[in-house]
Design a binder for this molecule. Structure first.
Ligand SMILES: *[C@@H]1O[C@H](CO)[C@@H](O)[C@H](O)[C@H]1NC(C)=O
Ligand SMILES: *[C@@H]1O[C@H](CO)[C@@H](O)[C@H](O)[C@H]1NC(C)=O
Length: 418
């Protein structure tokens, strides 16, 4: 009888594996997991003050992005985390993960320093609220600050670049008023376009997910413009998000932009999508980068240049591009990492679910492909169970926040992660 059960168990596993043949990798490697975020403070007095004044509410802190930097030859990376100020109660909005273990998770430390976050929007020469960051190939951390807390626009949206080798601010940009909508806009993701041969920054693309647009910043020319039309908006069929049985509403437009890698040597595109939509969009990058195409408030500007590549049937949150032109995204349903080779049509045969994990990929809002100390590409993902945070509330007896990773080659070939 026991023998029989074992045989049956074996067959069942085989059948499940056969019916879900797209799912290859068993699990991503866990790097960080937390019941709740643990924040370091300059002193206990300061911690007590922010708790008392409602500037720190432990029940109200949700990380959404991860970024990773390997210093020359060092196998241990710096891991950055963003904690947007959706509401009051977030003591700082950008942090790095320390080595110190605490009961609820590894201790976080403010970045660049506690001072940068301390005024909660009163001093705009700091950071008000950070949704996502991007580290460029020249070791600079680009920080997109939405400038608002719960849609109160305390400062203009702004962008900082910090050289991670020496901690110096190497660039700052403040968005002109005409390019954002006060009380509506929420800038959630920067994408950096470098010249292929050196570290000169060409363009920065900033996704305005609630204002439904993309602001393009031409760094050398010191000019910027806004792209907004029906393709940068959400779609009513995808305003409800269901994750592990819990549903919630999000009504967000453009959340992510990615670019064709220089190395492919093909006509370059900007790929983008709205959070509350299942459409995968693209537009030639030279059209995006030519400011004379984009008159303010002209919703028909260059409209014939936009391509609806396909519809995937569920929402993607964050996305990242590999050096080989594979576009990866955190799919909502089923909870998984989805891959598409940008040199093939966006059809269901060409959409590959690399890993499905209903437990550990609950709302993958942070996704990065970074190069490690050996030059090898790694995928890093942050998940945060946003369905619970925005719904009934997080249960702090369970793991709520995770950072996981996998070598991109291993992930694409279905092997175990390392
Ligand atoms: C862990 O987080 C929960 C929820 O915020 C909190 O109630 C608890 O005090 C924390 N535990 C410790 C040891 O900090
Ligand atoms: C930019 O676009 C305009 C049309 O909007 C076109 O006339 C011009 O040639 C373009 N410039 C470049 C450098 O492609």
């Amino acid at each position: 009888m026991v023998q029989h059960l074992i045989t049956f168990g074996f067959c069942l596993r085989f059948l499940l594996a056969a019916s879900a043949q797209h799912v290859q990798t068993q699990a991503l490697d866990s790097v960080y997991q937390a019941y709740n975020l643990e924040f370091a403070f300059p002193s206990d007095v300061e911690r007590d003050r922010v708790l008392r004044e409602g500037l720190y509410d432990p029940a109200n802190v949700i990380p959404i992005d991860v970024d990773v930097y390997y210093k020359h030859g060092d196998p241990t990376p710096s891991i950055f985390v963003t904690i947007p100020r959706f509401a009051k109660g977030v003591p700082y909005s950008l942090a790095y993960v320390t080595n110190e273990m605490k009961p609820n998770g590894t201790l976080l430390q403010a970045y660049p320093s506690y001072e940068w976050h301390k005024t909660h929007g009163a001093d705009c020469n700091g950071l008000t609220s950070v949704y996502r960051t991007q580290i460029d190939d020249c070791g600079r951390l680009w920080i997109l600050d939405s400038g608002e807390i719960d849609f109160v626009q305390l400062c203009a949206p702004q962008l900082y670049a910090i050289d991670l080798e020496n901690g110096q601010v190497v660039h700052q940009y403040r968005m002109p008023k005409r390019l954002y909508k006060e009380g509506v806009s929420r800038f959630v993701m920067p994408t950096i376009e470098l010249d292929s041969r050196n570290c000169d920054v060409g363009f920065v693309y900033m996704a305005d997910s609630i204002g439904d647009g993309i602001v393009v910043y031409d760094v050398a020319a010191q000019q910027s413009w806004r792209i907004e039309n029906k393709y940068t908006y959400p779609h009513p069929d995808f305003g409800t998000f269901t994750i592990a049985g819990d549903s919630f509403q999000l009504w967000d437009g453009t959340v992510s932009t990615t670019l064709t890698p220089h190395a492919l040597g093909v006509k370059r595109m900007m790929y983008f999508h709205s959070l509350s939509s299942d459409w995968q969009m693209a537009i030639p990058l030279d059209v995006v980068n030519n400011g004379s195409n984009w008159k303010l408030n002209d919703v028909s500007a260059a409209l014939d240049q936009f391509v609806v590549l396909g519809k995937r049937g569920s929402q993607c949150v964050a996305a990242a591009m590999s050096e080989t032109g594979m576009l990866l995204c955190g799919l909502v349903k089923p909870a998984s990492i989805l891959a598409w080779n940008t040199q093939t049509p966006y059809t269901h045969q060409n959409l590959v679910m690399l890993i499905e994990d209903e437990e550990r990929l609950q709302f993958t809002s942070g996704l990065k492909i970074v190069r490690n100390h050996e030059g090898k590409e790694e995928l890093w993902a942050l998940s945060n169970r946003l369905q619970k945070a925005f719904g009934a509330g997080l249960n702090f007896k369970e793991i709520n926040f995770r950072i996981q990773k996998c070598g991109v080659q291993e992930l694409l070939s279905g092997g175990p992660c390392y």
